[in-house]
Design a protein. Structure first.
Length: 187
């Protein structure tokens, strides 16, 4: 895979202005795929996107949010938050700019999130994806995630498709302290 331009991972929060185009695009995608379902239950894609406050994705709260910047522009991003199980983090909002799909960006974000989760002391990732997101389902299966539902299950009846992955063993790492800088750039 060729890297185009100058790329770097930047740890920040979903409200970072650099993340706005990705967040807006993801919100539009949720609306286009699930809008009528949201309306049936009095919800919206906008409310779904706002359900998790930024602080859940900070190391102080056991989470993390990363952007992949290319020449200073966010091309992909993703996050995890603390899960009730102390050894588990829950992956949220892995997304790549729709104009740049098929470049392995989501795979790179997942790998970076997994590495960060290990640095923060987690040993397992849990996530759910929507039943109308076959690309996400394929990504997680390709990257070694285990589906926690039957392959023959009616996805529409399930609505949310759960997955897990046990992260590679590493020496125990203490959870990153709240004193970690708000932004960390890794090249």
């Amino acid at each position: 895979m060729a890297i185009i331009g100058n790329e770097e991972f930047v740890y920040t929060v979903p409200g970072d202005p650099r993340a706005r185009p990705l967040v807006d695009e993801l919100s539009f995608e949720y609306e286009s795929r699930y809008g009528e379902l949201f309306r049936q239950i009095g919800e919206s894609a906008e409310r779904e996107m706002a359900r998790y406050p930024d602080e859940l994705f900070t190391p102080a709260r056991g989470g993390s949010f990363v952007l992949l910047l290319r020449d200073g522009v966010a091309v992909a991003g993703g996050a995890f938050k603390h899960h009730p199980d102390p050894h588990t983090a829950e992956v949220k909002r892995v997304w790549a700019d729709k104009r740049l799909r098929r470049q392995g960006l989501a795979t790179r974000i997942l790998a970076e999130l997994e590495a960060q989760a290990l640095r923060q002391g987690y040993r397992r990732f849990y996530l759910t994806t929507g039943f109308r997101q076959p690309e996400a389902e394929a990504l997680y299966l390709r990257e070694g995630y285990t589906a926690l539902f039957s392959p023959d299950a009616n996805r529409e009846a399930l609505r949310a498709l759960p997955f897990e992955k046990h992260l590679a063993s590493a020496a125990p790492v203490a959870r990153i302290a709240a004193s970690q800088p708000a932004e960390l750039s890794l090249r």
